[in-house]
Structure formats: structure tokens, C-alpha cells
Design a binder for this molecule. Structure first.
Ligand SMILES: NC(=O)c1ccc[n+]([C@@H]2O[C@H](COP(=O)([O-])OP(=O)(O)OC[C@H]3O[C@@H](n4cnc5c(N)ncnc54)[C@H](OP(=O)(O)O)[C@@H]3O)[C@@H](O)[C@H]2O)c1
Length: 251
């Protein structure tokens, strides 16, 4: 039986780093790299022999992955729910289509994939759900994004408790700013400064180490740790006010 890892958003900054690191794991035979962009998927497959491309637009559901699981019946050793989108700006300017696809990709798909993969997982398997420091407090101008990342964090932590008896570990990664294509370099002609930005390598290395240790939360930088405590103990109104003041010039 093939031992597989499934990585969504594998063509992006954090996802491709997950693919690189997992390809070094001798307990994994194949990595199902999920993404929409065929060219980028082909590039990954040419770089890493274990990669199998799974072309899928997850905003339309997880049909391609379900079919592949049914037909190949693998052992799923690692599931990385990493694909996600966020849009900076006023909620009132967000088209309803984007609202729907964000909820689908950021919230529904991780839950559906866990549900679909669990019958193929055994003791010792692991799940990494990529949330964000945006889950620590509501973020105006990233309103839908921060709300969706709260879902991922709470889903992940509660799931970890339920799956303990099966010996399946669940880790939720909550990075602050990460240097990937997701972050616009400028807005309205103004260069955007991202405080405490770190590399995708750091996020992935910490998430994999935390999964091995069975930690439910993975905070890959001083900024993420500080921000979590700050948001926990400061009144939400103050934290939101500071965030809004910093971000106002970019919207
Ligand atoms: N960058 C940050 O500052 C940051 C901070 C905290 C958390 N995160 C989280 O980290 C995760 C990865 O983000 P990233 O920074 O690596 O961003 P990224 O480079 O933009 O990658 C996003 C990935 O999601 C995939 N994706 C987007 N829409 C999709 C769809 N409809 N169907 C299938 N795949 C889709 C993209 O694939 P395509 O190539 O097909 O577009 C891409 O592989 C996200 O969940 C994000 O919320 C990021």
C-alpha cells in the first residue's frame, strides 16, 4: 500500500516548501501535489520524483481527490490543508462570488478533506491545517480572511482532541506575515511594510516539527507568539483599532 502525503496549495510559497520538505521523508512514497496551475505542478513533479500532480480548482470541491483516494486506496500519512486566499480591502466591495469561493477554499475544503482522508489514515498519521495570526483577533480590511482563519484554528484544535484516541496528530500553523506571492508588495502606489515577516522555510520547518511533537498550535516566529499573547490579553477593541490605523493607508 502506498504511503502518501496530500498537500493543497502546493504551487504556492508555503505549499511548495511543504512539498520539498516532505519529499525528503523516507516514510512517504508519493506526494499528491494539489493545485490549479498545470505548469507549476509540472515543474514540481520534475523537481521532486515523488510528486504526483493533482490538478483541481478546490473552490469547486474536492472531487478529483476523492476519486483518486477511492481508486488507489493509499495510506494517507500526512494531509496538509494549506490552500487559501485573502483579499485586502473593504468587505462592502467584495463580490459575492469571492465571498463564496473564499469560504469554500479556506473553510469547507479543509473540513471535507479531513473527512475524506480519515478512513485512509492510521495511528501515526498527521494533519497540518494552515491558519494564520489573523485568527487571533478580527482584522478589518481582511474581514472574511480573518474570520475564515478562526474557523480553521478552532476546527483544528477540536479535531486534534477527538483524534487523539486514534493516534492521529493535528497541528494548526498560525504564522504572521510570510514572504510569498500572497502578499501584495504595494497598494495604491504605496510600498507595504510587513512587520516580522518570515520565510516559508521557517513556517514549514516549525509546522513539521510541531506535528512530530504533537503540538496543537505552531507559532513559527517571535512576532506570532507575541501577537497571540497580545491579542489574548489586550481588549479586542484596542487591538482592532491599532490594526485598522496601520492598515488604513493600504485600502
Ligand atoms: N503569506 C502569508 O503572509 C500568510 C500568513 C499566514 C497564513 N498564510 C496561509 O498560508 C497558506 C498558503 O499561502 P501562501 O502564502 O503560500 O500563498 P500563495 O503563494 O498565494 O499560495 C496559495 C496557494 O493556494 C492555491 N489556491 C488558491 N486558490 C485555489 C483554488 N481555487 N483551488 C486550488 N488551489 C488554490 C494556489 O494555487 P494556484 O497556483 O492554483 O493559484 C497556491 O498554491 C494560505 O492558507 C494562507 O492563508 C499565509
Amino acid at each position: 500500500m502506498q504511503r502518501v502525503a496530500i498537500v493543497t496549495g502546493s504551487t504556492g510559497g508555503i505549499g511548495s516548501e511543504f512539498v520539498r520538505r516532505i519529499s525528503e521523508d523516507e516514510n512517504i512514497d508519493r506526494i499528491w501535489a494539489v493545485g490549479r496551475n498545470k505548469e507549476k505542478l509540472d515543474k514540481l513533479a520534475s523537481e521532486y520524483p515523488k510528486v504526483v500532480s493533482v490538478e483541481a480548482d478546490l473552490s469547486k470541491g474536492i472531487g478529483e481527490i476523492s476519486e483518486k483516494l477511492n481508486s488507489e486506496n493509499p495510506e494517507v500519512r500526512i494531509l496538509v490543508n494549506n490552500a487559501g486566499v485573502g483579499y485586502l480591502g473593504y468587505f462592502e466591495n467584495m463580490e459575492q462570488e469571492k465571498i463564496e469561493s473564499l469560504c469554500m477554499l479556506n473553510c469547507t475544503v479543509p473540513a471535507l478533506l479531513v473527512s475524506e482522508c480519515l478512513p485512509y489514515m492510521k495511528e501515526g498519521s498527521g494533519i497540518i491545517n494552515v491558519s494564520s495570526s489573523s485568527s487571533f483577533q478580527p482584522n478589518p480590511y481582511l474581514t472574511m480572511y480573518s474570520a475564515s482563519k478562526v474557523f480553521v484554528k478552532n476546527f483544528s484544535r477540536a479535531l486534534g482532541v477527538e483524534l487523539k484516541k486514534r493516534g492521529i496528530k493535528v497541528t494548526c500553523s498560525c504564522p504572521g506575515w510570510v514572504d510569498t506571492g500572497m502578499l501584495p508588495k504595494e497598494k495604491n502606489g504605496k510600498k507595504i511594510h510587513y512587520t516580522g515577516m518570515i520565510s516559508a522555510e521557517k513556517v514549514v520547518s516549525k509546522a513539521l516539527a510541531d506535528l512530530r511533537r504533537g503540538r496543537e498550535l505552531s507559532l513559527p516566529s517571535f512576532f506570532a507568539k507575541y501577537f497571540r499573547l497580545y491579542s489574548k490579553y489586550m481588549p479586542t477593541k484596542i487591538v482592532m483599532g491599532q490594526w485598522t490605523w496601520i492598515m488604513r493607508k493600504y485600502v
